[in-house]
Design a protein around this ligand. Structure first.
Ligand code: DGT
Ligand code: CA
Ligand code: CA
Length: 571
């Protein structure tokens, strides 16, 4: 399906036209068409083939021609032309949250701001607050937006990097002169964004191995090639650092290149305290400089008097101290999830029927699935009216009779309104097996109001879970400013689960918040927010994030079996 691609390109065109100051109705036409296409039930490729594009509301002859070009070539000349007409830095500014095309144009016209540096300076100097439609609060938001963009720019989201890294790794493992090989760096620690991919291999013939590495078919260019380190850039612009060591050093090198740097610094000083020296070649006796261990990571941690620390925990957030006391949590493992509780079906904006989702979930080994479609106010996402809920419940009953040894729960992802009330009244809410509540509209709120909005939703007895609590979209939308301490306390008090949403650009809650919440004894649900079957595989990113937040199986509701979960959810 190219629906999203077409919609994204039309949105971009609308933004650029706005930036150029085009007349209003023309821009609106692109945006309206994008909105329609984004939620269209039918595949845009099929519509194009059958020459029915002009049947889509708001699509006339000219727009139909453009959509056809996008569907056939995955891009459009018109957009490339627009991009060339506008300075690149202005285009980048569009990605700063708080700044749309109209505001970027206004800044350019009134203050002559052409670059992000100029924008930052103007914000700090308070030059924006007096412009029409701007204010002091917006100045602050823009500064934060610049920060967010700089943090994520040049870094890839975990799922993109993992796919690249695992493909490259399996190519490397095929070479018979490679003894052992592994991902390292932030990718092995499963950080939410990745600067570059690190891969480590052991071999007795490093030069042959390096010759083989650079033959990988997805390489755009080789940055440097030596006998211990080679760096390449892949076609999608991600850099890969490849290192080759002797097999007796593989464990030490893996420990070193997995990082984090902060974790390693602490490990090295611990080694010195214990009379050793630790580097990427091994653990050595400080006095005699003789090799002690280094073939495996496990023996290094053991020699230093530590329990083995999983890569996801290696961030110097107290793990070394806890490992020294033998009190590390036994992290949830990647196959502990027994069912996904946040899946959208074609009853709202998902792609698949409830039956096909259920059969697929059963096939991948789940015991149950929760179909949580949108609530009535979310019209663009085809939120369910009360009447359709009743039909949906009947449909689920039918499917439950049809599929044995598997259970479908009828949930909802109910919108939380700005005042903290829910999009369905209690008489409707009680019809669901469980209720996940989340914010989808009205993001502009101060910290107190936003915190109260979520706390009030948690106070509703029918609410089981808060979906994507901070509502961030990495690189696109900053997290809500929330008093997280209060949210965690309220979650504990009301027995509300907090979601760890596995969608790659959400990962919400993030690792740090998860760890803080766990310290307050809050419980979690890890789910995907899947809108198609492929999305169900995102669960591994949620689990990775949970592991980075030190979670154990018992902290997570959907590690429980069907019998246990029924007792908790279905009242
Ligand atoms: P990234 O690539 O920014 O997502 O983060 P990392 O952690 O993958 O960092 P990277 O690629 O610069 O280096 C990979 C690992 O190598 C890093 O996690 C720890 C180790 N490392 C790199 N430079 C240093 C260093 O100066 N000191 C120490 N102790 N370790 C280093
Ligand atoms: Ca790296
Ligand atoms: Ca690196």
């Amino acid at each position: 399906m190219k629906n999203q691609l077409v919609a994204d390109i039309l949105y971009q065109i609308a933004d650029l036209l706005d930036l150029k100051g085009e007349i209003f109705f023309k821009t609106r036409a692109y945006r309206m068409a994008a909105q329609t296409i984004e939620v269209l039930d039918e595949d845009i490729e099929v519509i194009t083939k059958e020459n029915r594009l002009q049947d889509i509301p708001g699509v006339g002859e000219a727009l139909a021609k453009k959509i056809k070009e996008i569907v056939e070539t995955d891009k459009i000349e018109y957009l490339e032309k627009l991009k060339k007409e506008i300075p690149e830095e202005l285009l980048k500014m569009l990605n700063i949250s708080g700044l749309g095309p109209k505001r970027v144009a206004a800044l350019y016209k009134n203050l002559g701001i052409k670059t992000i540096d100029e924008l930052r300076k103007a914000c700090i100097e308070g030059k924006l607050r007096n412009l029409d439609g701007f204010g002091e609060l917006l100045e602050l938001n823009i500064l934060r937006g610049i920060q967010v963009m700089e943090q994520t720019s040049g870094r890839a989201l975990l799922h993109v990097a993992i796919e690249d890294g695992e493909n490259y790794l399996s190519f490397i493992k095929k070479f018979d002169k490679v003894k052992r090989a592994s991902l390292a760096g932030s990718l092995r620690r499963r950080k939410e964004t990745i600067g570059d991919i690190d891969i480590l291999a052991s071999s007795e013939s490093p030069d042959d191995v390096m010759d083989y590495f650079v033959k990988y078919n997805d390489i755009n260019r080789v940055l440097l090639k030596g006998s211990t380190k080679t760096s390449v850039v892949l076609n999608d612009n991600l850099q890969v650092d490849l290192r080759v060591v002797k097999d007796e050093s593989f464990g030490a090198a893996l420990q070193y290149f997995t990082g984090s740097k902060e974790h390693n610094v602490k490990m090295r000083s611990l080694a010195i305290k214990k009379g050793y020296k630790l580097n990427e070649y091994g653990l050595f006796d400080k006095q005699s400089e003789s090799y002690v261990v280094g073939k495996n990571e496990e023996e290094i941690y053991k020699k230093l008097g530590l329990e083995y620390i999983e890569p996801e925990m290696r961030e110097n957030r107290g793990e070394i101290e806890v490992a020294a006391n033998g009190k590390l949590p036994k992290l949830i493992s990647y196959n502990d999830i027994k069912g996904d509780l946040h899946v959208h079906s074609n009853w709202s904006d998902g792609l698949e029927s409830i039956e096909s989702i259920s059969r697929f979930c059963k096939k991948i080994g789940y015991e149950y699935v929760g179909i949580s479609d949108h609530s009535q106010s979310l019209k663009v996402a085809r939120g369910l009216s009360e009447e359709r809920i009743i039909k949906k419940i009947a449909e689920i009953e039918k499917i439950n009779k049809k599929i044995s040894n598997f259970k479908v729960f009828c949930g909802t992802e109910c919108d939380i309104k700005p005042d903290g009330s829910l999009d369905y009244n209690n008489n409707i809410l009680k019809k669901f097996d469980f209720v996940c509540a989340g914010i989808h509209l009205g993001f502009k709120m101060n910290k107190t109001d936003a915190t109260n909005r979520i706390m009030k939703a948690m106070e509703n007895n029918y609410v089981n879970c808060i979906a994507h609590p901070t509502c961030r979209l990495m690189g696109r939308r900053e997290p809500f400013e929330l008093d997280m301490e209060k949210i965690f306390e309220k979650a504990k008090e009301t027995n509300t689960f907090l979601e760890i949403n596995s969608f790659p650009d959400r990962l919400d809650l993030n690792d740090l918040y998860i760890k803080q919440a766990k310290e307050k004894d809050v419980k979690f649900i890890i789910d995907t927010d899947a809108h198609n079957l492929h999305h169900l595989s995102f669960i591994k990113y949620g689990i990775a994030t949970a592991r980075r937040g030190w979670l154990e199986k018992k902290d997570i509701l959907n590690t429980k079996s069907i019998n246990e979960i029924e007792k908790i959810l279905v009242k």
